[in-house]
Write a protein that binds this ligand. Sequence first.
Ligand SMILES: Cc1cc2nc3c(=O)[nH]c(=O)nc-3n(C[C@H](O)[C@H](O)[C@H](O)COP(=O)(O)OP(=O)(O)OC[C@H]3O[C@@H](n4cnc5c(N)ncnc54)[C@H](O)[C@@H]3O)c2cc1C
Length: 382
Amino acid sequence: MAVTGAGGEPAAHVGRGWAGRVQPGEASGAARGGEVRLAGYTTLRLGGPARAFAEARTEPDVVSAVRCADAAGVPVLVLGGGSNLVVADEGFPGTVVHVATRGVEIRRDRDDVLLTAAAGEDWDAIVARCVAGGLAGVECLAGIPGLAGATPIQNVGAYGQDVAQTVTAVRAFDRAAGDVVTLDAAACGFGYRTSMFKRGPGRFVVLEVTFNLSPERLSRPIRYAELASSLGVAAGQRVPLGEVRDAVLDLRRGKAMVLDPADPDTSSAGSFFTNPVLGPDQFAAFEAVVRRRLGPGAAIPRFPAPGGVKVPAAWLIERAGFRKGYAAWGARISSRHTLALTNPGGATAAGLVALAREIRDAVRDAFGVTLVPEPVLVGVHL
Ligand SMILES: Cc1cc2nc3c(=O)[nH]c(=O)nc-3n(C[C@H](O)[C@H](O)[C@H](O)COP(=O)(O)OP(=O)(O)OC[C@H]3O[C@@H](n4cnc5c(N)ncnc54)[C@H](O)[C@@H]3O)c2cc1C
């Protein structure tokens, strides 16, 4: 584990995604001088210095870095690929533990295959490996940035799949108990873009995640209409895994949802707001407001969801008057995806949050619906 106190250079956008600051040959546990600015470790390229920075390449390193900080009463920020984080310009007043553990184990379990990934493994590389190796269950999650250990945190999902469908166990360091524990899927409390880890942040440091996959060359049934249409199949059909991955990556690139250092539209944290789920009464009230504002014939896109209907946040934002490419406070709505707020270069975390606030307030004023941010906010508030 390498620990840095305070002037490190931002990470180059190379190696393991945008967080690739692993120093080859550096002794595990070695201390390093120099301030580490977190902007170099987040896909938004925002975030001031960490008070201390630990590069943890083994599980014992992760656990001991967290234990030491806890014993000293120092706040801890567990950092993966930094693709779902908005970190304050002032930085983080504690120890940032950058999870850089590696290792993937695959074993047969009757008719299924269990894949266990160390938390520091690159997520998209795991998806690519599953697709190439004929393992179905995560093919629609291609192109999502970040590391395996973060996938259970917000129950990563896209195009009709989420990891709740395949995660069977999460091994984690429980900071409250001071021990390593194994949690089954039920204990993870998965929901739409959330989990027990996100609802009660900070207690568990994920060390390993196990996924239950099917040894098949065909995908799980395609559930997402846009993906089915781009594959030219009916919803519910199954398609060769490689075709699904390619189609997902094409769709994602069209929306600047695949990281590309040359493309400023991808300097985001993905979708900035979750799609609101409205219960029956809330939806009736919302529908009345929409009819009043947009006319009696206005069609409202909606999808069934547990507890009500899901309304696309992007639709609300556009109807509240924001266009793709809208810029304010130094930040910008992506020119290819209304839900992604970007740093076009030179933005500050304060500016990005000010833009998010402007959007949230305008949607609330227009439709009475309060959008909730999807990324984890560190030292900043909406
Ligand atoms: C271009 C782009 C597209 C995206 N598309 C999607 C998408 O389609 N679907 C989707 O769900 N998300 C998407 N995201 C969001 C993001 O990629 C995911 O949430 C991803 O899982 C975050 O992983 P990370 O390693 O970067 O986590 P980080 O951003 O480093 O951390 C996110 C949170 O998880 C915590 N965390 C990270 N690792 C651990 C660990 N080992 N133990 C405990 N806590 C941990 C952190 O403390 C933080 O609270 C997108 C982001 C970008 C930039």
